[in-house]
Design a protein around this ligand. Structure first.
Ligand code: CA
Length: 642
């Protein structure tokens, strides 16, 4: 018994010592940004700062410190008052509601915490002035072309941040598709000129916030801290620098955000503020088997959906390492909305891409997007609904005529339906109901969308096989697919590496392989796609082909917002016309391999007869007469602008 007692004391001491070590480790955490709270009395205060001059004058602070729940906070600053203080279930949190009057001057003030025994502690909080008004934040739109980047795999701009010993995953290994490879924010900044010269006007890096997970942390979707950039990706200053340098070059920064879940190693998981901070929290805390989502996303639209299916879909965890956030908890809801606004303001964002949009509570998502658009009326959010059903995709776009009255407040959705049809159209043999007719009919679905040219189209993305692989290694078809995508009434998004035919033939669809290192992003790479060194002729041709079209697209109002007219495919050819006030763009897709003449009489209603047009890729001019000689399969993009 005595031995057992000693053992108990020993283990308590051991636990205490490891707790102290943990505390010491925490204190040693170096300051990575100016907004760090490492010097504060508090463990956390989020948002770490705020601004004056928002339409919404309320702010809710999450404060974390051992036993802070016992303290009474006070503020003495003109224009800012505490309207309510909420205790949480955990004694280590307070949620403080502030009201910031319109006349409040920017500045710092002390948030004083008074304990029952008379002890006083304080934290200095800052409300800054805004750099510009909400209206001046311009989101991405159909005049933009977005370059999607997996930061870990694009370029290693700083090798000193490759391994950060205080984080759980401590290795980099470029030979392992699921390990970190060392790419970072600095690597993107370093190559902004390349991105600009290629003709892109926006970048969407997949998430770069802290993912302090044990493994597989490179992708960034298991966030463990929603206010800090992962030190392996860089510092907050570097993130801000990426945004400002990109802006100087006419490139908007889009941030990838996730409201549905966090990583299982998120700091709050160890001490959850409320009993319903997470969905299925009781099961999680009792170490019962986790309840994962049924992934039946149609419950959001299905008039016949059972409560059982709906609850499992929205409350179930995405995967067991990603706790499902409960946005029906009002404190969580405010936390997520303020977090998004904090990043828009801090990074001067040009858009948000919202991950797994159908999984969180859809009414919360509408209020989240509504709160953002209320502050930033010209901003853009694109939400991910991975469905090839246009009815489901259209449901999430603002202005949709939804039977249930649902209004998402989200400007853009993702055109997974068209993407799938593009792949079918180019892989299939031409016949009455196969081949190019697939894109012809897919485009007809636009009648259902509230605003087609606000929808994002893409040949592939970070979660699916590379387009070149999906099109079975056919370079001509890949170029044709891209020509079509870049002239559609849409916002195009291209994944890094598409310009050099990157593929995943070795393990088609394998996520780690899809996100292959961009050649030239690492010192010593034998091929350098940034300079062209070591690329083969076909890769160089593809790079220059995309560069020409993307740069042309930048100034073509006909492509951005022109009227669209197309003709049913015939004899392996499909023609789409984009008609603006000062320009008509013609996209000709020709799958026929033999030399032949294209009879133009079908297209008389466009009124091009006798006009001179220019091929935007080759620069060659031609007169629109009775026929066009088709020499070989491929796309021809013509413009009336000479
Ligand atoms: Ca690095």
């Amino acid at each position: 018994m005595k031995a057992l007692y000693h053992l108990l004391i020993l283990s308590v001491l051991l636990i205490m010592s490891s707790f102290n070590q943990e505390k010491v480790k925490k204190q040693e955490k170096p300051t990575t940004n100016t907004i760090s709270v490492s010097k504060s009395y508090l463990d956390r205060i989020e948002p770490p700062n705020w601004w004056v001059g928002f339409k919404e004058n309320k702010l809710q602070l999450l404060v974390k410190k051992e036993n802070i729940g016992q303290a009474i906070p006070t503020i003495n600053y003109p224009g800012i008052t505490i309207s309510k203080v909420h205790k949480a279930k955990s004694p280590n949190y307070l949620f403080i509601d502030l009201v910031i009057n319109e006349s409040t001057k920017p500045g710092s003030f002390n948030l004083v915490f008074t304990f029952k025994n008379g002890d006083k502690k304080q934290h200095t909080y800052e409300v800054k002035s805004r750099k510009k008004s909400g209206k001046e934040y311009e989101g991405f739109q159909s005049s933009d072309a977005i370059y999607l980047i997996t930061p870990d795999r694009f370029s290693n701009g700083d090798t000193t941040n490759d391994i950060v010993s205080r984080l759980k995953e401590k290795t980099i290994d470029r030979k392992n598709d699921y390990a970190r490879h060392g790419g970072d924010v600095k690597g993107i900044t370093k190559h902004l000129d390349y991105i600009k010269e290629m003709g892109f006007t926006a970048i969407w890096p997949t998430p770069v916030l802290t993912n302090d997970m044990h493994d597989n942390s490179y992708h960034g979707y298991a966030m463990t801290d929603l206010y800090n950039i992962d030190p392996r990706f860089g510092t907050l200053e570097e993130y801000i620098e990426l945004s400002s340098k990109a802006k100087e070059k006419g490139i908007k920064l889009i941030m990838d955000q996730v409201a549905n879940h966090c990583g299982s190693e998120h700091w709050w998981v160890k001490d959850l503020p409320f009993k319903d901070w997470l969905n299925y929290q009781k099961e999680f805390e009792n170490k019962e088997p986790l309840i994962t989502s049924n992934h039946r996303r149609t419950v959001n639209q299905d008039s016949y959906a059972s409560d059982y299916d709906t609850k499992l879909m929205t409350d179930g965890w995405f995967v067991s390492t990603m706790p499902d956030l409960n946005q029906k908890n009002p404190f969580m809801a405010k936390y997520i909305i303020q977090n998004s606004i904090w990043w828009i303001e801090t990074l001067d964002l040009g858009g948000i891409r919202h991950d797994t949009h159908p999984y969180p509570d859809k009414h919360f998502m509408a209020s989240w997007a509504g709160s953002i658009m209320n502050e930033y009326p010209n901003f853009s959010i694109v939400c991910e609904e991975w469905s090839t059903n246009p009815l489901l995709v259209s449901y999430w776009q603002t202005g949709a005529n939804n039977k249930d009255g649902y209004e998402s407040n989200v400007k853009s959705t993702m055109d997974f339906p068209m993407q799938a049809k593009i792949v079918e159209a180019f892989n299939e043999e031409e016949a009455w109901n196969t081949g190019l007719v697939k894109v012809y009919e897919a485009l007809a679905n636009d009648f259902h969308y509230a605003k087609p040219n606000n929808i994002m189209i893409f040949p592939d993305n970070h979660d699916m096989s590379r387009i070149y692989t999906q099109l079975k290694g056919n370079k001509i078809n890949t170029k044709m697919a891209l020509s079509f995508i870049l002239t559609l009434p849409r916002i195009p998004q291209i994944y890094y590496g598409t310009e050099i035919f990157m593929d995943d033939f070795a393990k088609p669809g394998d996520h780690g392989l899809i996100r292959t290192d961009f050649p030239g992003g690492w010192n010593g790479d034998s091929v350098n796609a940034f300079t062209g060194e070591g690329l083969n002729d076909e890769q160089k041709d593809m790079q220059s082909f995309l560069k020409t079209i993307l740069n042309y697209r930048k100034d073509s109002k006909a492509i951005h917002e022109g009227k669209t007219l197309h003709f049913a495919p015939q004899d392996g050819k499909y023609l789409m016309f984009r008609i603006g006030t000062d320009e008509t763009v013609v996209t000709i897709i020709n799958k026929l391999s033999e030399k032949h003449s294209l009879d133009l009489s079908r297209f008389e209603e466009i009124g091009l007869k006798g006009k001179t047009l220019k091929n935007i890729v080759t620069g060659e001019k031609m007169v629109w007469g009775d026929t066009i000689e088709m020499e070989k399969p491929g796309s021809i993009i013509l413009t009336t602008k000479l």
